[in-house]
Design a protein around this ligand. Structure first.
Ligand code: SAH
Length: 392
């Protein structure tokens, strides 16, 4: 195995189990590794410290292990078995009324660069690093063994998540099985998962608990679900007894998916309507007096440099909702930008409330669910935050 030697003092974060090695920390390499190759890392004192996947870029090594072990099928089986145990312990796996959950959440499950979501009998696997792409067949074998009987298909979907310049000829497709049944169940509600063309792995699994909470606030309310994508919040609101539910997304494909999912759960229900429109335009022009508004926009800041503009975006969006919502209304507002922390987000929403001149109380502070765990040594893994607000 090729070896990487760190500069003096650059082993400190690794001693605290942080799983990333930046290019600036590297002193020299025994030989130039290929992208995605597994490498061993040594301190400036020639002491072994970690094994990980090499990749050209600012993060040069993603650490898989701090113990001197071989990265093979057995290694992946062990990591996946622990991940599955965690999901059983949370209570999301092994249920009939919930066949949808995240099995592997990258660094949060000590598998940097790997995401696996389970939808019924199909696991959708996504590589965010070249190393995980290179190891995909080994991981698929390990997954098949660990999930014996629970999954029959593994779909690999990494076309858009791998570095473009690595030129890997990556293709989406089934690594195991192959299945046209795209219906999964979340808390007893059904939905189609478009793992072929959908965003992320086809569904936003991370909003499960927040959708459940919304269900309990929906009775008799007029609900506006902004940035609805597959309509998750909409059909929870309908089950919760909403008087009407309007779903908005700028993408016509998202609107078609939302309509299909609502029809799957509530055939012929006339309480729901969906609109393919820009969120800001819709909020400006809307006439319906909504008393429950969900704002779950895409990440406004993908990088730290975009932070200031992102915060302005959140303030502008939330201000519009505060100006329009009827007295006694509830707002569920989210940010999934990793670069925006919960204090930043809360300040942006605070500015919006002040600018709209409404009295606003925080009822709940929301975050990503337990099947999207945060590795305590890798705080960067925290990304989803939300507030439930009462607007007087
Ligand atoms: N709330 C969803 C996830 C939202 S993802 C869920 O629970 O599954 C963000 C969505 O915002 C995407 O579907 C995207 O098409 C949509 N979007 C992006 N920009 C938009 C805009 N300006 N107006 C309306 N929708 C937008």
């Amino acid at each position: 195995m090729k070896q990487i030697y760190l500069k003096r003092g650059k082993d400190e974060s690794l001693r605290r189990f942080h799983p990333w090695i930046f290019s600036g920390a590297i002193h020299h390499m025994s030989e130039q590794p290929e992208e995605g190759e597994t490498v061993e890392v040594f301190t400036s004192e020639n002491e072994y410290i970690a094994t990980g996947h090499f990749q050209i870029g600012s993060i040069m090594v993603r650490v898989l292990s701090f113990e001197n072990e071989t990265i093979d099928q057995k290694f992946y089986e062990h990591r996946l078995a622990v991940a599955l145990d965690v999901r059983r312990c949370i209570g999301v796996a092994g249920r009939e009324d919930n066949t949808t959950y995240r099995l592997v959440h990258g660094e949060g499950d000590n598998l940097p660069g790997l995401v696996i979501d389970v939808y019924g009998k199909t696991a959708v696997m996504q590589a965010h690093s070249v190393g995980m792409h290179v190891d995909r067949m080994t991981i698929a074998e390990a997954l098949k063994n660990v999930m014996k009987g629970e999954i029959e298909n593994i779909y690999y979907k990494s076309e858009t998540t791998l570095p473009f310049k690595a030129d890997l000829n990556q293709e989406n497709g089934f690594l195991l099985g192959g299945c046209a049944d795209d219906i999964a169940i979340e808390n007893g509600l059904k939905f189609h998962v478009d793992w072929l063309r959908g965003q992320k792995t086809g569904f936003f699994v991370d909003q499960r608990n927040n959708r459940s909470l919304l269900e309990h606030y929906s009775k008799g309310r007029k609900v506006l679900n902004m940035f609805c994508y597959t309509g998750g919040f909409s059909f929870y609101a309908m089950r919760g007894g909403a008087e009407l539910v309007h779903s908005v997304d700028s993408s016509q494909k998202a609107i078609d998916l939302t309509n299909a999912n609502v029809e799957l759960n509530f055939p012929g229900d006339t309480r729901h309507k969906a609109f393919a429109e820009d969120a800001f335009k819709f909020l400006d022009q809307m006439e319906t007096p909504y008393d429950l508004i969900i704002l779950d926009p895409p990440a406004f800041a993908k990088h730290k440099d975009a932070l200031r503009n992102a915060l302005k975006g959140y303030t502008r969006l939330n201000k519009k909702a505060f100006e329009k919502i009827t007295p006694g209304g509830i707002v569920f507002t989210f940010s999934c930008s990793q670069a925006v922390d919960k204090d930043h987000f809360r300040t942006a929403v605070f500015s919006a409330a002040a600018a709209a001149g409404r009295k606003v109380r925080i009822l709940h502070q929301l975050h990503q669910p337990a099947d999207h765990p945060i590795n305590i040594y890798h705080p960067e893994g925290e990304y989803l935050k939300g507030l439930v607000l009462y607007v007087e």
